[in-house]
Design a binder for this molecule. Structure first.
Ligand code: HEC
Length: 233
C-alpha cells in the first residue's frame, strides 16, 4: 500500500473505533436507565413537582441550581432543608463510614457521614431512599405510597424487568420494592467499587477526583455545557 492509502485506511479505522467507543459509552444499562428515570421524576413528591434534580441539578454539577439561595424548599411550601444541597454526582464511591489507619473518619454520606451505609451496605443507595420520605424534601407519606407512584409510572415495566418482580406483588412487598428503588438510583455493576475497609477508603480518595458516579453523568468536560458535565441520554 502507498503511504497515502495507508494514512487514509488508518483514518477510517480510527473513525470506526471512535464511533464504536462513543456509542457504547453513551448507552445506559436498564438499571441505569431506571435510576435516571427515578432521579428526574417530578411526580415522586407530595405534592407532585419536585424530583431529586430540583436540588441536585446536572447543569450545576449536581448541586442546588439557585445561586441566591442557601437552603432549599421541599415539595411542601414553607418547609426548608438545613443547608445547600451538596453535589451528589461523585458520592457513589464513598465507602461505609469507618475510621481509617490514621484514625480519621472516612465515608458515609453528608458532611457528618451520618448516612453511614450500614443498612444497605452502600451509603449512596441508602441515602437515595431518604429524600422521597423526608418531610423537608419530597415528602411522600411512606414506602408504600412511593411504590404506588412508581407502579403508576411509565417506567414500572422497567423496574419489573430489572428486578424480576411482578407489579401485582409490589404493594404487599413495599419494603423490598422500595429497596430496589433506592438501589436503582445507585446501580451496581459498571461502577461497582469496593466500599468497605482500607482498600475502599484509599481507593475512594484516589477516585473521587476522576470517577463519575451517577452513571448517566460523565465528568468529561464539554464546552457547550455550563458545568462542564455531559449528560448521557
Ligand atoms: C429539597 C432539596 C433536596 C431534594 C429534593 C433532594 N436532596 Fe439530596 N440533599 C439535599 C441536602 C440539603 C443535602 C445535605 C443534607 C445534609 O448534609 O444534612 C443532600 C444530600 C444528598 C446526598 C449526600 C451527598 C454527600 O456528598 O454527602 C446525596 C447522595 C443526595 N442528597 C441524593 C439525593 C437523591 C438521590 C435525591 C432524590 C431521591 C435527593 N438527594 C433529593 C437536598 C435535597
Amino acid at each position: 500500500m502507498c503511504t497515502k492509502k495507508k494514512v487514509f485506511f488508518s483514518l477510517i479505522v480510527l473513525f470506526v473505533f471512535v464511533m464504536i467507543k462513543t456509542s457504547t459509552a453513551a448507552k445506559l444499562s436498564p438499571v441505569e436507565e431506571l435510576g435516571k428515570k427515578l432521579f428526574f421524576d417530578t411526580n415522586l413528591s407530595t405534592p407532585a413537582g419536585q424530583s431529586c434534580a430540583a436540588c441536585h441539578a446536572p447543569e450545576v454539577g449536581w448541586t442546588g441550581p439557585l445561586s441566591a439561595v442557601v437552603v432549599y424548599e421541599g415539595a411542601m411550601k414553607g418547609r426548608f432543608g438545613n443547608r445547600k444541597p451538596p453535589a451528589s454526582g461523585y458520592a457513589g464511591g464513598s465507602p461505609l463510614l469507618h475510621q481509617d489507619e490514621s484514625g480519621d473518619f472516612v465515608g458515609g454520606m453528608f458532611w457528618d457521614g451520618r448516612a453511614t451505609g450500614e443498612t444497605l451496605k452502600d451509603p449512596l443507595a441508602e441515602q437515595a431512599g431518604g429524600p422521597f420520605l423526608n418531610p423537608l424534601e419530597q415528602n411522600n407519606a411512606d414506602k408504600k405510597a412511593m411504590v404506588l407512584k412508581v407502579k403508576n409510572s411509565d417506567y414500572a415495566a422497567l423496574l419489573e424487568q430489572v428486578w424480576k418482580t411482578k407489579k401485582e406483588e409490589w404493594e404487599k412487598d413495599a419494603d423490598r420494592i422500595y429497596e430496589h428503588i433506592s438501589r436503582s438510583i445507585r446501580p451496581r455493576g459498571r461502577g461497582r467499587r469496593r466500599t468497605t475497609g482500607r482498600a475502599g477508603s484509599r481507593g475512594w480518595r484516589r477516585r473521587r477526583a476522576s470517577c463519575p458516579v451517577l452513571p448517566w453523568a460523565s465528568a468529561r468536560p464539554r464546552s457547550k455545557s455550563r458545568s462542564g458535565l455531559r449528560i448521557r441520554q
